[in-house]
Design a protein. Structure first.
Length: 76
């Protein structure tokens, strides 16, 4: 898991967006930890990083909902 987070950290805000999007779908590690470490390394970009994480979460939430809705109908 740490290698995935380190890999995404190398992409900066784009990696945080991807991590937040995957986190909203199924990823077990919250994007907050990546955002916190990136904000500590670049405090001047903390607001931009929070915005990128929020946008990624908004983009992934409908996908996670759709997966749950489809799989829930399959089990019933």
């Amino acid at each position: 898991m740490e290698t995935v987070i380190e890999f995404l950290r190398s992409f900066g805000a784009a990696g945080l967006f991807i991590h937040a999007m995957i986190d909203a779908i199924i990823f077990p590690v919250p994007a907050f930890f990546l955002q916190l470490s990136l904000s500590a390394m670049q405090p001047e970009n903390a607001l931009w990083l929070a915005t990128a994480g929020y946008a990624g979460c908004l983009a992934g939430t409908p996908v996670g909902y759709a997966i749950g809705r489809v799989s829930g109908n399959l089990l019933a």
